[in-house]
Design a protein around this ligand. Structure first.
Ligand SMILES: Cc1ncc(COP(=O)(O)O)c(C=O)c1O
Length: 492
């Protein structure tokens, strides 16, 4: 329901021309004609104004020339399903909601009520198109070029890292990171269990053995306690992992200090999968820059996107040069085509790097907007029974890539899937929290270390969590629709 009605209100003393101008800027497709007391007299659409002009009224005539029409209205308190029913029966696309004195307090607009609201749609800014056009104009339509070089430089500057290598995906970046760290067939590689499968798939590409580590409840990311037990168990067995992939889910850093201390003590390199956490911070450092190597994703659903793309971040110049070589089919320095090692076609196109440069300029705004979206959800839904929130420890500044709630089964009998289904009927996309990797058929039999002897935190989060629409292109009205739908879904 639209509740900011000020831009839609108009009085009879206004002219047809003024009404046309006001309608032109109002996105609702109608105006609300009110009397001196603010009570609704009628609705005005484009068609009403057009018919008045065709009937011979001048553009400077006031709105008293419009025929009185009894509008279809609803009383305050009507929910969205009720509004849909009335609109269907009366065949109207607008339904004003009035208070007891006849003043409009809301407006249901069928078009708005049914437009899809996605979880995290791409949000293009003002400069991307110009940068893509530049790539076309200069014919740099290749996986090399000035935008790639500039994007790498600008990304490294943004996160205060010494170097970035732009790649075709975040998955490619994780794969290269494993290669660069010398992971081989049969090696054990630890990985956060609560993540998207792309974090762990590259372990299998290399024929290595994944070992999954549970989350801790404060950040939902890798539990240092579980990591410690895994490292100890391996030490007792006379072995150690070749690498640890720490994932920063939903835009929040893991508690990197104890994780890095443990990995240093056992001499194990850390890859930080920051695919979802670009723009977030761990204490005073940019998320993604704390491990030996860091990974970002610019997939279409991420906080900034190149439609598809990723980057590897690191401080070791030789390693970064090797990453570039491996990503371009590992060509030896010879004038003919010569290859001594396996290479990959993993470089980002210059056209897409142009999009990335434009997107990067908006990163701070995007983080601020995602955080504001989270806060509005928390204020709008905070009183609902059993609804909890993804926490943000004092050492974290999350980018709130996705706003995630949990539903406490002791306090509500609403299951996330039931809510997901109800919201789907309203054309609102929500998603369950990642299904942990130790529960995936793909990784059946893999070792798994829980946060405590009796508690698997990632299992609980999977069963109770729900990700809400969080895209920065979502309007306030649309978020209001999500809040209303969730309130109804949780309250039924
Ligand atoms: C945690 C995590 N890791 C890795 C990836 C892989 O990134 P990409 O889709 O760019 O390959 C993603 C996202 O897709 C992700 O969410």
């Amino acid at each position: 329901m639209i509740t900011d009605l000020q831009p839609l209100l108009i009085e009879a003393k206004s002219t047809i021309r003024e009404a046309m101008a006001q309608l032109n800027t109002a996105s609702s497709g109608c105006l609300l004609l009110v009397d001196g007391n603010g009570a609704l007299r009628r609705m005005i659409t484009d068609g009403d104004l057009r018919r008045a002009v065709i009937a011979g009224h001048a553009l400077d005539a006031d709105l008293t020339v419009l025929e009185p029409v009894e509008p279809t209205v609803a009383r305050r308190g009507l929910d969205e399903d009720g509004a849909r029913r009335i609109m269907r029966e009366r065949q109207v696309v607008h339904l004003p909601v009035l208070d007891e004195t006849g003043r409009p307090v809301g407006l249901y607009h069928l078009g708005r009520m049914s437009a899809p609201i996605l979880l995290s749609a791409p949000h293009m800014g003002e400069t991307e198109q110009a940068l893509v056009a530049e790539a076309f104009a200069t014919n740099w339509i290749a996986p090399v070029g000035p935008h790639v070089d500039a994007f790498e430089r600008e990304l490294a500057e943004t996160v205060e890292a010494s170097e970035a290598v732009a790649l075709s995906s975040g998955t490619a970046a994780i794969h290269l990171a494993l290669r660069l760290l010398g992971v081989r067939r049969g090696d054990r590689v630890y990985c956060s269990s609560l993540t998207f499968v792309a974090s762990a798939n590259p372990i299998l590409y290399e024929g290595a053995e994944p070992v999954f580590i549970d989350s801790e409840p404060e950040s939902w990311n890798m539990s240092p306690a579980a990591l410690e037990r895994a490292l100890e168990a391996d030490r007792r067995a006379g072995r150690k992992p070749a690498a640890v992939i720490v994932v920063n889910i939903y835009g929040q850093s893991a508690d990197m200090a104890p994780i890095l201390d443990l990995c240093d003590a056992h001499d194990v390199p850390v890859i930080e999968d920051a695919a979802e956490s670009l723009g977030a911070r761990y204490r005073n450092r940019a998320s993604g820059t704390l491990g030996r190597l860091g990974v970002y994703s610019f997939n279409g659903n991420k906080i900034i996107t190149t439609s598809g793309g990723g980057a590897l971040i690191g401080g070791d110049r030789e390693m970064m040069a090797e990453a570039r070589r491996l990503a371009t089919q590992a060509r030896d320095p010879a004038s003919h085509y010569q290859h001594s090692t396996i290479g990959f076609n993993y470089r980002l196109s210059n056209v897409l790097a142009g999009i990335g440069r434009g997107q990067l300029k908006a990163l701070d705004d995007r983080v601020a907007r995602r955080r504001a979206i989270f806060e509005r959800y928390r204020q709008g839904l905070g009183d609902l029974p059993g609804v909890g929130w993804m926490p943000e420890p004092e050492w974290s500044r999350s980018n709130r890539w996705l706003s995630v709630i949990t539903l406490d089964p002791d306090r509500t009998d609403r299951h996330p899937y039931a809510i997901m289904r109800l919201l789907r009927q309203r054309n609102i996309e929500t998603r369950p929290v990642w299904k942990p990797m130790h529960l995936q058929p793909l990784f059946r039999g893999a070792d798994y270390f829980t946060h405590s002897e009796r508690q698997s935190v990632s299992d609980r989060l999977f069963l109770t969590g729900l990700c809400l629409p969080s895209g920065t292109g979502m309007t306030d009205d649309e978020q209001g629709r999500v809040i209303d739908a969730l309130t109804e879904a949780v309250a039924i």
